[in-house]
Design a binder for this molecule. Structure first.
Ligand SMILES: [Mg+2]
Ligand SMILES: [Zn+2]
Length: 174
C-alpha cells in the first residue's frame, strides 16, 4: 500500500487568484517544492485534488485546465518531484447539481485510493480552505493541515494551522 500526500492546488501550490487558468498567472508558493521533496523522500506519493468549478461556469475550458496542468507537472519534474496524478472536480452545484468529487466530499481522494492502492489512514492532506480539511476528515486521512498564509483563518478542524509550508514538517510536530 502507498501513503500519499494530497495537495489542494489553488492557495497551496500556486498563489490563489480566482479562476486561474493561464500559465503566465501561475505563481508557485514558496516552499512547495521543498514540502513535496520532504514527503517524497519519506516514500509518500503526491496527488493533487482540486475543485475547478470555473470549468462548469465557463470561465475556462477543460482543455485550458489540461494545458496548465501539463505545464505544472513539468515544473515539478524539473524540481525532481513526481506528481502521480491530478484529480479535479469541474462541477458547480448550481449547474451540475450534487457530485461526489467536489471537496468537502472525499470522492477524489477515494478515486485515488482505488487507483494507487493508498493507505488513507497513513496519508496527509494540505489545503488552504476548511473544505480541504473536511475532505481529509471525510476520507479518513491521518493528518490535515491548513495552510493559512495570510493568517485569515482563526478556527479550523485542522491538526495544525501553518503560515509557512515548512511548518508542516518542521521539528515542532509531535
Ligand atoms: Mg485552495
Ligand atoms: Zn464534482
Amino acid at each position: 500500500m502507498n501513503k500519499a500526500l494530497f495537495l489542494d492546488r489553488d492557495g497551496v501550490i500556486n498563489k490563489d487568484i480566482n479562476y486561474l487558468f493561464k500559465i503566465k498567472d501561475f505563481i508557485f508558493i514558496d516552499g512547495i517544492f521543498e514540502l513535496c521533496k520532504h514527503y517524497q523522500n519519506l516514500g509518500y506519493i503526491i496527488i493533487i485534488v482540486t475543485n475547478q468549478s470555473g470549468i462548469d461556469r465557463g470561465y475556462y475550458s477543460k482543455s485550458d485546465f489540461d494545458i496548465l496542468t501539463k505545464w505544472m507537472i513539468e515544473e515539478f519534474k524539473r524540481n525532481d518531484i513526481e506528481i502521480k496524478k491530478v484529480y479535479f472536480c469541474p462541477h458547480h452545484p448550481d449547474i451540475y447539481g450534487e457530485c461526489n468529487c467536489r471537496k468537502p466530499k472525499p470522492g477524489m481522494i477515494f478515486q485515488a485510493q482505488k487507483e494507487f492502492d493508498i493507505d488513507l489512514k497513513n496519508s496527509i492532506i494540505v489545503g488552504d480552505k476548511e473544505k480541504d480539511i473536511e475532505a481529509g476528515i471525510n476520507a479518513g486521512l491521518k493528518e490535515w493541515y491548513l495552510f493559512n498564509e495570510k493568517s485569515i483563518i482563526l478556527k479550523s478542524k485542522a491538526k495544525k494551522i501553518v503560515i509557512k509550508l515548512e511548518d508542516i514538517y518542521s521539528a515542532n510536530i509531535k
